[in-house]
Design a protein around this ligand. Structure first.
Ligand SMILES: [Fe+2]
Length: 139
């Protein structure tokens, strides 16, 4: 199931944790996509969507934290994009809380685009860190 990664207090976020979050988000997207495809009840779809939204929000925060550490190699655009995504996700979270099934459909589209674009941007921007021993996702 879609449970966020728990880390020890004060433990810095690293590439490994971010990659694990990517895997969870990809799994959540697949679960949401399948639920919509099979036409399960709207309450289940909203529940899956709410959990996926929380995972994505948590990931945005962790990425911001990580990018702050990597300020020398990461552009300001990435931080601005993360904040923009967070605002969009918070709006979706509120719509889901109100039971709006269209928010789930919107989230699916947002997540699909995010999976494609976000991971590509990360590959480009973090390549210096990755080439120094970091490993990339196995998603
Ligand atoms: Fe990421």
């Amino acid at each position: 199931m879609l449970n966020p990664i728990v880390r020890s207090q004060g433990m810095p976020i690293g590439l490994h944790e971010l990659n694990e979050e990517h895997k969870l988000i990809r799994r959540g997207y697949a679960e949401l996509d399948e639920a919509i495809f099979h036409g399960v009840s709207s309450s289940i779809i909203i529940d899956i969507s709410s959990k996926l939204t929380e995972l994505m929000l948590q990931h945005c925060l962790h990425e911001e934290e990580f990018l702050a550490e990597m300020a020398a190699v990461c552009g300001e655009e990435s931080r601005i994009e993360l904040r923009r995504n967070r605002v969009r996700l918070l709006a979706l979270k509120e719509e889901l809380r109100r039971g709006d099934i269209y928010a789930a459909l919107h989230l699916r589209a947002v997540c699909r685009q995010w999976l494609n674009e976000h991971l590509l941007v990360e590959d480009i921007e973090l390549s210096p860190a990755l080439s120094q021993g970091g490993t990339r996702r196995a998603i």
